[in-house]
Every structure is written in C-alpha cells, then in structure tokens.
Design a protein around this ligand. Sequence first.
Ligand code: 3PG
Length: 305
Amino acid sequence: MKILIATEKPFAPVAVEGIKQVLVQAGHEPVLLERGSHEDLVAAVHDVAGLIVRSDKVGKDVFDAAPQLKVVVRAGAGYDNIDLAEATAHGVCVMNTPGQNANAVAELVMGMLVTLVRNRYDGTSGTELSGKTLGIHAYGAVGRNVARIARGFGMVVSALDPFVSDDVMEADGIKPVHSVEELYSANQIVSLHIPANEQTRRSVGKTLLMSLPSGAILVNAARKEVIDEQGLAEAMAERADLRYIADVKPDNADELADLYPTRVLFTPKKMGAQTAEANINAGLAAAKQVVDHLATGWNRFQVNK
Ligand code: 3PG
C-alpha cells in the first residue's frame, strides 16, 4: 500500500531512510513529500492508505481527498494540527508517538535558557541557573525531561499536573504544586508543556505573568496558542524585569524583539524536535505504527477514540 511521508519541515535524511526501510520491509510503497505546501499535501493523498506527518495540518480537505486512507500518524506528541472529528467521520485512526522527541525539546529549553541568562554571549556578565526555582507547567514526557536536566543544573524544580500524582513527582525529586497561581508566583522560571486545546488556548496571560517573581523568565516550547499574546505584550511593557523565550514565536514576535531585544529569545522556526535522534525515534515509531495498524488494526496510541 502507498504510505505518504509529508513533512513541511523535513526529518534528518538518516531518519527518512529508516522510515522508508520499515515501510518497504512490510511490503508498502513509501512516497516522500518534503517542504510541500498544504495544496501539495491534498494533491498527494488520493491513493494512500497511510500518512505520516509532523505539525502539518490535516483537516477535512485532506480526508475528503484520501478515500483509501486508514491511518494518520503524527510523528511527535501534539496532535492539535489534526482534525480528529473529521478523521473519525472518515473512519481514519489517528495516532501520535508519545515521548519519542521529548528529550530533544527539553535540551532546547535548557539551551535557550542558558543563552538568555548569559546575555547571548555578548561579553557582559550573566547569571546562572543553579539554585534558581523552575516551575514545570505540565509534567508529561517533555516536562519530565526538562525537570531531569534542570536538576542536573542544580535548579529547584516544582511541577503542576492534575493527571500526575504527587508520589510520582516526589519520586523524581520534584515538588508537586496544585494550582497555576502557586506555580507562577513561586518560580523564577516557568516552562510551559501544556498541549493546545479548548481548555488551554490563551490560558497564560497577563495575570499569571504579573504574578511571577522578580527577574522571571517564561519559556514556551509548547504551542503559540497557549499564550494570550495581548496579555504578554502588556506584561512585558509593565515589567522591565520580565523575559520571554519561545520556540513557537508569537504573532507579535517582531514587535516584542524590536521593543525588548535583550528580553526575548525566539527560534526562527520551531526547532525543539529537530534533531537526528528525535527524528529517528519519532519517525521510525510512526512507520512501525502505520505498518502494525494496517496489518492488524493495532491502535495503542490512537487519539481519536
Ligand atoms: C511535538 O508536538 O511533537 C513537537 O511540538 C514537535 O513538533 P514538530 O514535529 O513539528 O517539530
């Protein structure tokens, strides 16, 4: 069967080779579409049974154009780019590959923090992360990796996650907190790892940002949509000590960078999961999940149940 690998942001070549090999060994025909437009994706799905994507948008137009499609695997964690209701309506199983790229995102969070607190290596004296308080907003796979590395830096780590028990956090050496108010008011650095959904869109705004302690930094390697960008702009204007790091640039990124060049740090394009290791882990997992689903109906990581 034809399996389309459609990634606007390409995987490392070594990962693409591995993905193709898994598919070919199972008797499938891989088709690669890299750096394509959404229109290219719609045009390419007419005869495919499986689809592997990253943050590429998969909506009604894609499902309508793909009558033979049985399974979509998002090679990564967040699946807010996929219209799950449309997938279900079209009888398509959607899965993600949880945890496979988490370390890469966590390493980027720590790297961007070091870059910011060392003043972008401009020769001036910066600050250290050791001894600083770090609040992890959602203790999933990425949050746990950030916590693990941050503890190695000597940071004092707390986390908020209603789906994770205190025992689990305490076993990891993390202090559990039970409200966003407590997480933001008690931590000098907060790192966001919440998904983008109806409950979280624009949920981090001016009130929480104003409650952060003096000299605070908010890090967003999660999703652009979870920030209230107007609230962020107002808090940045009212607090000269507040800094913002994002791997998912806000729409007002250029304006913020012009106004506060030393207080913001943005990647030009979402780079958290863009490592060979993460591409191999997530890409190969996605290929195996497609193969297993088409062979047996395997659906362990289905997200549109
Ligand atoms: C994810 O949800 O897995 C990350 O945000 C990475 O997304 P990407 O595959 O588009 O880089």
